[in-house]
Design a protein around this ligand. Structure first.
Ligand code: SD4
Length: 319
């Protein structure tokens, strides 16, 4: 295996398709991750990452992102950053800092400004309409505001055997101002060690961080588990532990990749999708099912892919 990339959700597939060209030409895992995540951040119809991401309960788009270098274990992260175009690039830049490499809110924005990152109003009209609709539904029908979220989390392996992980998200829709999920937290939303492999998570941050699930997966791979076994075990164990101690577990979905280019995926929900490619496998979207606690997946059908595109672009209606 020369190179590989795996990412949470269907929304990553254009990004990893583009990054395949970077890796094919001998480019680095870091460039592949930044390029692919930027594409997700920039696409306005992906409503849980970057531009077009759904706002918090005050109708502000607060973004979280992280970047980790699996060779040096450098980590850079931002949380609750507003109005900067590509949080992943800011996180990558921060990963080069010896100190102050995880910045939040106004401090993250000041750093981004000083470093010349592009400032953009990240709240789109469409995201505002989603907000107004959800507010109306929440008030009228008592729906939980905490449904609907998708973080992009990716791991890349390049031909020099370097591995990098990255995440980017607007977090949970209608979150409280200042709320931070698992995505920018090392060990929870992501972890990577080029000597072993990497993992990234998506789902309910408050629960994912209770098990430091990404670190746990890498630890299991280091113990000799195949990525699929590591992913299954980490999700099953955390799911069971949360149910035992708290009566319920939130959504937990993970992807992982070892330094041989073998991957694993696990989820405790139906409908989790992921995108993957290697030097001998075209970028492919898979859709997962959780059957009696076991994760299975199959290639997304044309119907599924068409329905997805239709859904993310469908007009927002108020009844
Ligand atoms: C968070 N884990 O902020 C993120 C949201 C997410 O799929 O991944 N949703 O809690």
């Amino acid at each position: 295996m020369k190179y590989a990339m795996i990412a949470t959700w269907r929304m990553a597939v254009e990004g990893i398709t583009s990054s395949k060209q970077i890796l094919e030409k001998g480019g680095t895992a870091g460039d592949a991750i930044e390029n692919a995540i930027k594409m997700v951040e920039d696409y306005p119809f992906y409503k849980s990452v970057g531009y077009g991401g759904l706002p918090n309960e005050d109708c502000e788009v607060e973004l979280d992102a992280a970047y980790m270098d699996g060779d040096t274990l450098d980590i850079g992260a931002v949380a609750g950053i507003k109005d900067y175009k590509n949080p992943i690039s800011i996180a990558r830049k921060l990963s080069k800092e010896r100190f102050n490499c995880f910045l939040v809110g106004a401090g993250a924005e000041a750093y981004a400004h000083k470093e010349g990152f592009e400032r953009v109003n990240m709240l789109t009209d469409r995201a505002k309409m989603h907000y107004q609709k959800r507010r109306k539904e929440t008030i009228e029908k008592g729906l939980s505001p905490y449904d609907g979220h998708d973080t992009v989390g990716m791991i890349a392996l390049d031909s020099e055997k370097k591995m990098v992980a990255g995440t980017s998200t607007s977090g949970l829709f209608m979150k409280k101002r200042g709320r931070v999920g698992d995505s920018p937290l090392s060990g929870s939303g992501f972890y990577v060690d080029s000597e072993v492999g990497g993992a990234s998570a998506t789902g309910l941050g408050e629960d994912l961080m209770k098990g430091c699930i990404s670190y746990e997966i890498v630890r299991l791979m280091k113990e000799g588990y195949h990525p699929q076994e590591a992913a299954d075990k980490a999700v099953e164990d955390l799911n069971a532990e949360l149910k035992k101690r708290r009566g319920k577990a939130g959504d937990l979905s993970v992807v992982c990749l070892n330094n041989k280019g073998e991957f694993g995926v696990a989820t405790n929900i139906d409908g989790f999708s992921f995108s993957v490619m290697t030097d001998d496998m075209e970028p492919t979207v898979y859709v997962c099912k959780n059957v009696n606690g076991k994760t299975t997946y199959e290639v997304a059908s044309e119907e599924w892919l068409d329905a997805y595109l239709k859904r993310i672009k469908s007009p927002i209606t108020f009844d």
